[in-house]
Design a protein around this ligand. Structure first.
Ligand code: SF4
Length: 221
């Protein structure tokens, strides 16, 4: 996948855990453009997250309207900042001292924060070797045959049991690229798949002629 998609770039600056949590809550069940716009609106309205503590829920809902599920997402965001601000811990520096298990347990104890959101904080903000599992990562890992699990939560536990050091960011990011562009939920395009030879999916389609494959590999990049 690295040969095909390249090594994914990382942000020059690590995002603060609370920023990433809020952004990931907003990204649930919507596309990147909508969640980005909702996050920017929120940042513009409340330049300091402490201001969210006293903000009326309806006002937060209106501000993040673009992200959808506003009631649920505004509630989760408000609950998070209210709890963190109580102990003056909005910077979440304390989480850096926790090991992965402790940090995941702590983060998922908040309403509206599941294992996927929590593991994104570990990978993208703390640079831990943890591979979050969304629907694309779950589908591709199971089709390839690396795991055999029914739910993303179980796939997450399985894949992270013995993940080789230093691969989580590249694995996660490239599996999402694979799942969005090639190994789609229906009609996976196995003829252009860079890991077709390794894949154990029983419904895998066989390669077309090498010339067609080369052309389509180029298009898929
Ligand atoms: S060969 Fe097909 S099923 Fe297997 S990972 Fe590639 S696109 Fe998905």
């Amino acid at each position: 996948m690295i040969e095909h998609f390249g090594v994914p770039e990382r942000n020059k600056r690590k995002p603060a855990p609370v920023d990433l949590l809020i952004a990931t809550i907003l990204s649930q069940n919507t596309n990147d453009n909508n969640s980005y716009e909702a996050y920017q609106n929120l940042k513009r309205k409340y330049s300091d997250w402490n201001q969210l503590v006293k903000a009326p829920l309806k006002e937060i809902e209106k501000t993040i309207k673009k992200a959808g599920l506003t009631n649920q997402k505004a509630g989760a965001i408000k609950n998070l900042v209210v709890n963190l601000s109580r102990d003056n811990r909005l910077d979440m520096k304390f989480i850096k001292k926790m090991d992965n298990k402790e940090a995941l347990e702590y983060l998922t104890s908040f309403k509206g924060i599941g294992i996927k959101t929590a593991s994104c904080v570990l990978l993208f903000s703390l640079y831990r070797n943890v591979c979050p599992v969304d629907t694309h990562v779950h589908r591709t890992l199971n089709r390839i045959g690396i795991v055999n699990e029914k739910s993303p939560e179980k796939t997450f536990l399985r894949i992270n049991e013995n993940l080789p050091e230093g691969i989580a960011h590249s694995l996660h990011t490239n599996l999402i690229k694979l799942g969005r562009g090639i190994c789609r939920p229906t009609n996976p395009d196995c003829t252009v798949c860079p890991i077709s030879d390794l894949c154990a999916y029983p419904e895998k389609k066989h390669s077309k002629s090498s010339k067609t494959k080369e052309k389509r590999l180029f298009i898929a990049r």
